[in-house]
Design a protein around this ligand. Structure first.
Ligand SMILES: Nc1ncnc2c1ncn2[C@@H]1O[C@H](COP(=O)(O)OP(=O)(O)O)[C@@H](O)[C@H]1O
Ligand SMILES: [Mg+2]
Length: 244
């Protein structure tokens, strides 16, 4: 599995403060996997996301993307090309339509594609937003629909890394499940590295790996047990035959 992000002894302290919000964090995030980072309010989840999304840089230690130190990369390029963020409050333009939000974001990221609007409708359709809904202003969409638009926008420039900050905060259980299914598809079928920070156990249950953030430490909690496919069992000689 290809590594997307590596945190090496990463420490972060906000300017003018003393507290190590992140303290000597070591972690690896691969492509093709969905990760949940769990932690209480104030644990440093948003801070962690701002480092891996290139909005800020580590005080000590390094964050590597594709083997390159983010503090030495052009982070504007990194953000425009390699990473897609779904913000806690969605950060959509409320008076603009869903489709315009996506096209505008493509323009800002410098996406070079002849039929941007058609591509934007396709991105929205992939997350369950039909054309009629796509043509409505954000203000006239439900919370779950806005969340989907936020996901489509994060994917508009086809990034390797997709990051979501508490994506299911205001969603009902059914919508939350559907949204998590979308994130799983993005990780497993499109080979992206999906990192979701959350305090929801339901969200964490959908992830391939769960990490916990507590008192500045990020620790591996568990890996999801996925029952192997029949052909894999056969390859390993693990298929049992009924005794005669
Ligand atoms: N700009 C800032 N300056 C100083 N401290 C901050 C700043 N932003 C967040 N913090 C502090 O850093 C800690 C982690 O915050 P945050 O990453 O937002 O936590 P979470 O997303 O897990 O709720 C908190 O104690 C918070 O008060
Ligand atoms: Mg937060």
């Amino acid at each position: 599995m290809k590594k997307a992000l590596i945190l090496e002894k990463t420490t972060y302290t906000y300017p003018g403060t003393k507290k190590k919000v992140l303290s000597n964090v070591n972690a690896t995030f691969d492509k093709g996997k969905m990760y949940a980072v769990m932690g209480k309010s104030g644990a440093g989840k948003t801070t962690l996301l701002s480092l891996v999304s290139g909005l800020d840089t580590a005080t000590e230690g390094r964050v590597l993307y594709d083997g390159q130190d983010l503090s030495k990369l052009n982070r504007d390029h990194y953000r425009a090309r390699s990473v897609g963020v779904i913000f806690q409050g969605y950060n959509l333009l409320n008076n603009a339509t869903a489709i315009d939000n996506i096209v505008l974001s493509m323009n800002i990221s410098g996406v070079k594609c002849k039929k941007k609007k058609a591509k934007a409708y396709e991105l929205l359709a992939n997350v369950g937003i039909d054309k009629e809904t796509a043509d409505r202003p954000i203000l006239k969409l439900s919370g779950g629909e806005q969340q989907r638009v936020g996901i489509a926008r994060a994917l508009a420039h086809n990034p390797d890394v997709v990051i979501a900050d508490e994506p299911s905060g205001n969603l009902d259980a059914e919508t939350e499940k559907n949204i998590m299914q979308i994130f799983q598809d993005i990780a497993h079928n499109e080979d992206k590295c999906v990192i979701i920070v959350t305090h929801s156990k339901n969200v964490a249950e959908c992830a391939d790996e769960v990490w916990g953030l507590n008192k500045g430490n990020l620790t591996f909690v568990k890996e999801k047990y996925v029952f192997p496919h029949a052909h894999e069992l056969e390859e390993k000689g693990a298929t049992s035959k009924e005794p005669a």
